[in-house]
Ligand binder design. Structure first.
Ligand SMILES: *[C@@H]1O[C@H](CO)[C@@H](O)[C@H](O)[C@H]1NC(C)=O
Ligand SMILES: *[C@@H]1O[C@H](CO)[C@@H](O)[C@H](O)[C@H]1NC(C)=O
Ligand SMILES: *[C@@H]1O[C@H](CO)[C@@H](O)[C@H](O)[C@H]1NC(C)=O
Length: 976
């Protein structure tokens, strides 16, 4: 290939590389954000990528949702390696093998996150999936979490639910990564949770996400996520005074549970950047209601029970006297019934009757046909129908609203498509028209979560929609002071997430504060967090000793809030303070301000509170309001009060005694089923990694197998190929033949269980035979052209040498008078001599332009460059060495047969051609640089015309460069 063309190819190759590079840097700086709607039966995910709209993450089979099911299937590797891991299947693939491996297919795990094995949900689960072996896993705090023993792993250690859920989330993450493209990883995520989730359940979900390698930016309640999605496509006016906010209820019925969320939507004028007012949208949760056990699973269960009853009624079952408990304990039978019950239920949503038939159910020779009409189904579900309205009214009463305040009931979740659910809701809503199916009932929560993730991620700018959620449960603080147990209800169910409160506790001794969670529907309180104020004693004695404070004058204040991340309570700071009589340095004041959260801290808080606009009114309204618990010895100090005091004393009153505050060291530890089992974590992580490695190896192996197999096919073709034969010896071909048949035999025999390295080694063996032959063939096909190119370079060098020689001679002969005419001819010679070679030089265009310039200015006047003897000899040297090298190589090559390794490589020929070209162009460059510039005044007008000219000449020149070389090559070929 001629040099210019080659260079073009080079730069074209470089371009996509550059684009790719820039792109990947950009992608890393602005990584994608994932929203996961983590459901009982399905996991749905949506992803926000920079520069494109939020889209659903498709599964491996291009489905828009993944069944929340995981399975361990015996792997090939396990057949000859006891330590090998089973293969993991997800979604539909996993469900498909449920009847075959009932102990290793794990559906609907959400129900088990963060609960103890003795809770109702665990029992329900066990009844529904009797094939699974639930094991209780002991925790450090003495409690138990749920684990499973896998049959197909072949090891006794159980899997914790969190670990299995982590695998499912990992799979979602991988699907998302497949969507954003190679070399991009997805880690930022927002995950949905049901409004009734306890601290333990939330933490279990967080742990699973962490194990999956996700960075959880926040959790979002299902109703809030749907509301957020609803708000993205709507605008709520804020300008006029008489515009009221809109209230809607999101009624979400999924496989596991049902929740109702009362939401307030309104627009809000805020001061935007640059003092411009702007309207932001706000979605605020006001109340929730729920039924934790009302959902698709419960309805499926009704059908399964009905199926069993009818099955027991069959002749065969009666004859055998089989009892219902026997059928219910049979994992395989239950898996089959369960799967078809779901289908029957779905069919009944659109049809009056549905049926299912089972071959070999329970008994191998029993075929069982089951039929259910919609009206019979509705009879079965009667008691459930009565429960449908309850979440709605609880949510309303928590929000302190009535149905008439509500604009619409927005339906979400697959189960809201069930006819009797809809009709019950229409009854509950008063009018059918209030019940709306105006959002995507399957995907709105996933989209909402992705929108929130994008909003929280630094990589995106999204429409400004503020969200505010409520605690959902109430929280109580308990501690012991002066030997008495004290308690204070610190957050109500309707307390705003993110809002802070100051709690004053009368205590001068080290303190342990416990937080308890109480869900609205249950009377029990569960301890969820302990915070120790470990150096309170030390701090109060410092106040006494160094500042002369009296014990009775020392106040201990803690700042408590519901963490915006997951809505759970936490103590963010604590101080012991008093009014010091001994005045101290000014720095104390700053300290106080900092401690109470007015200094720099307040600045940090503000963004959380929606620019201090809307939420502030709520939080200030809220802060003094709640909970005067009579048993409490503490009191809630409103932020505003403290703010007034401290600012006054801080700014203007040096006479007053100043407040001294010492920060307390706080140590928080979470308790309960959701607490990460610290000892188990390393084991779990190790096992997850081992699984990943095993999956990856299996994939690499199947890839290696495919590559090897494909190579054997190609190699067989080579053996038939005449040109391959001419570049190889008989011996090589015989050996290849032999190896090929060996490899084939091995591949279809023991090779199927071989190790990755074995495949690689076999491939290497084959390639060692084939590659040298292919290389010879390729060299041979390109060699003549490369020789031609080098010859061209030599020819160019030769004519350059003639020209330089001539000009030196002429210069010697001629006196100054004839100099200009000589220069002109030199220049002409130069440009024609140069052109073909310009291609060898990377600075092609500037150079060409320069040459053109030189030509023109010559005519006008400047003193031309005079070639020297060194110029000549440098070209001659390059020419002679390349020429003799080429002659020698060509002669050597002529003596070789095609199947022998070549005497000279194409790459060497090309390098030589380049050397010669460089020697020539160096001299030309020198002649241009050293040429005397034309006198400054004259050009102005001519320069302009020259400029236009020179561009055209330069392109013309460049083109002709290529042409010249091409024609030279062509003519060269003709000669040969
Ligand atoms: C911004 O809003 C405030 C309060 O509503 C109003 O007084 C002011 O005129 C507005 N400014 C602009 C530029 O619209
Ligand atoms: C404690 O506070 C009271 C009332 O503020 C004050 O009179 C008294 O001097 C204080 N005692 C000490 C030791 O600072
Ligand atoms: C108590 O701990 C906090 C935080 O570590 C520290 O700032 C403070 O100085 C400590 N108090 C005393 C008296 O050492």
């Amino acid at each position: 290939m001629p040099p210019p063309g080659r260079r073009k190819a080079f730069s074209l190759n470089l371009l996509p590389l550059l684009v790719l590079f820039v792109f990947s840097v950009g992608a890393h700086a602005a990584s994608a954000a994932l929203g996961i709607d983590f459901g009982t039966e399905y996991i749905k995910a949506a992803i926000a990528k920079p520069g494109s709209p939020i889209e659903i993450v498709l599964t491996k089979d291009s489905k828009r949702k993944e069944a929340a099911t995981l399975a361990f299937k015996p792997s090939r590797a396990q057949s000859n390696d006891n330590d090998a891991y089973p293969e993991r299947l997800y979604g539909g693939d996993a469900l498909a093998i449920a009847a075959r491996y009932p102990a290793d297919v794990y559906p609907n795990l959400k129900a088990l996150l963060g609960i103890s094995p003795d809770e109702r949900s665990a029992k329900d689960y066990n009844d529904r999936f009797p094939g699974l072996q639930i094991q209780s896993v002991e925790r450090e705090d003495g409690g138990n979490s749920i684990g499973f023993k896998s049959k197909n792993l072949g090891k006794p250690e159980p899997f914790m639910v969190e670990e299995l859920v982590a695998m499912e989330l990992q799979n979602i993450k991988a699907n998302a990564e497949a969507l954003v493209g190679k070399n991009n990883f997805v880690s930022d995520a927002v995950i949905t949770y049901p409004a009734f989730y306890t601290a333990e359940e939330k933490r279990a979900l967080e742990l699973a996400a962490e194990l999956a390698g996700l960075r959880v930016l926040g959790l979002i309640s299902d109703g809030q996520a749907v509301g957020l999605n609803y708000a993205t496509t709507r605008a709520f006016d804020a300008k006029k005074k008489d515009v009221k906010p809109e209230f809607h209820i999101v009624y979400d019925m999924g496989a596991g549970s049902t929740t109702a969320t009362v939401l307030k939507f309104h627009g809000k004028n805020i001061k935007g950047p640059g003092k411009k007012n702007s309207t932001v949208q706000e979605v605020q949760v006001l109340g929730i209601g729920y039924d934790q056990h009302l959902g698709g699973d419960a309805l499926n269960d009704l059908i399964v029970q009905d199926m069993i009853a009818k099955f027991l009624d069959t002749k065969k079952a009666k004859a055998q006297g089989v009892e219902s408990i026997q059928v219910k304990k049979d994992g395989k039978t239950m898996a089959r019934l369960w799967k078809d019950a779901e289908k029957v239920r779905q069919v009944l949503s659109a049809n009056q009757q549905a049926s299912a038939s089972f071959e070999g159910l329970y008994y191998e020779d029993v075929n069982f046909k089951y039929t259910l009409t919609r009206s019979d189904f509705e009879k079965l579900a009667e008691s459930y129908a009565l429960r449908i309205a309850a979440p709605l009214s609880s949510a309303l009463s928590m929000a302190d609203l009535t149905l008439s305040d509500i604009s619409s009931v927005i339906l979400h979740g697959g189960l809201t498509r069930t006819p009797f659910v809809q009709s019950e809701l229409e009854k509950a809503a008063g009018t059918a028209s209030k019940v709306k199916t105006n959002i995507n009932a399957d995907e709105a929560a996933a989209f909402g979560a992705a929108f929130k993730a994008a909003g929280l991620s630094p990589s995106f700018r999204v429409k400004d929609i503020r969200t505010a959620d409520i605690a959902g449960s109430s929280y109580t603080m308990k501690w012991i002071a002066d030997g008495k147990e004290r308690s204070q209800k610190i957050f109500l169910e309707t307390s705003h997430v993110g809002a802070e409160k100051q709690v004053t506790i009368k205590s001068t001794d080290d303190l342990q504060i416990q937080f308890f969670q109480t869900s609205p529907d249950q009377q029990v309180s569960t301890p969820i967090l302990t915070v120790e104020a470990a150096n309170l004693t030390k701090s109060t004695s410092e106040l006494k000793n160094s500042y002369g404070c009296a014990s009775s004058n020392i106040t201990t204040v803690f700042t408590v809030r519901l963490n915006p991340f997951d809505g759970l309570p936490e103590i963010i700071s604590g101080t012991a303070s008093c009014e010091a009589q001994k005045a101290k340095e000014g720095s104390v004041m700053d300290n106080v301000k900092g401690m109470f959260g007015f200094g720099s801290k307040k600045g940090e808080q503000q963004p959380l509170n929606a620019d201090g606009e809307s939420l502030e009114e709520d939080s200030t309204a809220e802060t003094p309001l709640p909970v005067d618990d009579p048993t409490s010895s503490g009191s809630i100090v409103s932020e505003a009060t403290i703010s007034g005091e401290s600012l006054a004393s801080g700014t203007a009153a040096p006479a007053k005694p100043s407040t001294v505050a010492i920060p307390l060291s706080l140590k928080s530890s979470v308790i309960g089923a959701g607490a990460p089992p610290r000892k188990a974590l390393p084991v779990i992580k190790q096992r997850l990694t081992a699984f990943d490695t095993s999956d990856k190896n299996a994939m690499l192996k199947s890839e290696a197998l495919n590559v090897l197999e494909a190579f054997t096919y190609r190699a067989r073709d080579y053996l038939e190929d005449e040109s391959f034969a001419s570049f190889s010896t008989d011996k090589t071909r015989q050996e290849l033949q032999q190896q090929l048949s060996d490899v084939s035999e091995w591949l279809y025999g023991e090779g199927s269980d071989a190790k990755l390295q074995d495949f690689k080694d076999r491939l290497k063996g084959l390639k060692a035979l084939v590659d040298p032959v292919l290389k010879r063939k390729e060299e041979s096909s390109k060699r003549n052209e490369a020789i031609e190119t080098l010859k061209n370079s030599l020819n160019n060098a030769s004519s350059m040498m003639d020209m330089v020689k001539g000009s030196i001679e002429k210069a010697a002969q001629d006196a100054a008078s004839s100099a200009s005419s000589a220069a002109a001819s030199v220049a002409e010679g130069a440009s024609s001599a140069v052109s073909p070679d310009a291609g060898n030089d990377l600075e092609d265009e500037p150079y060409a332009a320069g040459a053109a310039d030189a030509t023109e200015t010559d005519a006008s006047m400047p003193k031309p460059y005079e070639y020297s003897a060194e110029d000549l000899s440098s070209i001659e040297k390059a020419y002679n060495s390349a020429k003799s090298w080429l002659d020698e190589k060509v002669a050597a090559q002529a003596k070789l047969s095609p199947y022998e390794d070549p005497a000279v490589l194409v790459s060497d020929l090309e390098a030589k051609a380049k050397q010669v070209g460089t020697a020539v162009s160096d001299v030309i460059m020198k002649s241009i640089k050293l040429q005397q510039p034309p006198k400054a005044k004259k050009p102005k007008s001519s320069k302009k015309s020259k400029k236009t000219k020179s561009t055209s000449t330069s392109t013309g020149n460049a083109d002709s460069t290529v042409d010249a070389t091409a024609s030279a090559t062509a003519s060269g070929k003709d000669e040969l």
